[in-house]
Design a binder for this molecule. Sequence first.
Ligand code: BGC
Length: 417
Amino acid sequence: MAKHLSFPEGFLWGASTSAHQVEGHTHTDWDQWEKLHAAKLAVNAPRLYGRLDQWPELKRQATTQTNYIAGAASDHWNHYAEDYKLAAEMGLTAFRLSVDWARLEPRPGHYDQAALKHYRKMLLSVRRHGMEPFLTVWHWTIPTWLADAGGWTDPRTPSRLAALAEWLARDLGDLVKFWITLNEPNVYTERGYLSGDWPPGRRDLRAWRLANHNLAEAHRQVYRAIKAVQPEAQIGLSNNVIPYSAYRRNWINKFLLSLFNFHWNHQILRRTRDCLDFIGVNHYFRYRINLGFNKIGRAKRSDMGWELYPRSMYAALVGLQRYRKPIYITEHGLADAQDRYRAWFISESLRSVHRAMRHGCDVRGYFHWSLLDNFEWSDGKWPRFGLIEVDYSTQQRRPRPSAKTYATIISRNGLDK
Ligand code: BGC
């Protein structure tokens, strides 16, 4: 008989979303940026994603301008109760969502009670459906007024976020025990300030350093602000984790390996480790450095071309053991419109999680990205990350077959070896 890999009792089984990606429709830097760039993105998609030739329908979407405008996205703002019901039917015991800063603070210092009330209703619904909420305070978008004031290079931004967090903790603290201050500061600053292909669209090393500094400062201030009103809160941040290795062990690859590993995986954690109750790990793929590029070879790939190598989860987790903090895997998933690999990818990755736990990693939960199909930033709506498929023209939901596999794992609190 196959051996069963059991997870500890109380291990959290979840899924994640973020406000802009499932709610759309607000006055954020992204809304502005989408309108400005949609036409160019639609033209560039076939060059960027040659693999789209295999799937005419996805290619049609990717070459359409409206694909790049979030609009109502998956309209989770209005469909949240239905979405949480589907999540509960899958057996989820936890759910990660974020709030949209632009909805909550539409003008500097002016907090919108109606928006707060709505988030309160959503969180109540999460709880009523038997799930533990994990609330992310900042998942990448900022109000347009803040972008105009300098965004993350403005030294006032950390205290503004802390003031918002304090207000949230006062009103939502009875519903939220687990807080995530920031989502993936490393991805955000890389795309926004180095490659410049996301807002604010800069390529400026000094601005990149400053934004990283301010984000670390924001984490510290938000942490203190929440703890002041809710001392029992558990507060962490979600970092994107990439295990690096040298494809060939020459000095260039070895040098880049330590540089990338430090900046990507450890910089923010080293700056914030004294005020972190847990580490949130967002892990998608490994990176085998070949003169600065990622050597993928002939592996299975997601629709976006990301290598699907489930064993890298092990390396992602053990690389963080030095911090001696509890770990929640706050994101992990793939774009897979046909649902060819999702069930396999989840199962194999969870085997890697289990292995890391046997080797001492204190992992306490796994959140799949994502519950629903959603707006995948500069790639728009064609990449399909959801356990649940969304038809954007009708907003109808349909769980994919892999949702069943995940539900079975949850009901058995584990899987066969
Ligand atoms: C982000 C999500 C994103 C996902 C898939 C993560 O880097 O936190 O917002 O949709 O990856 O790309």
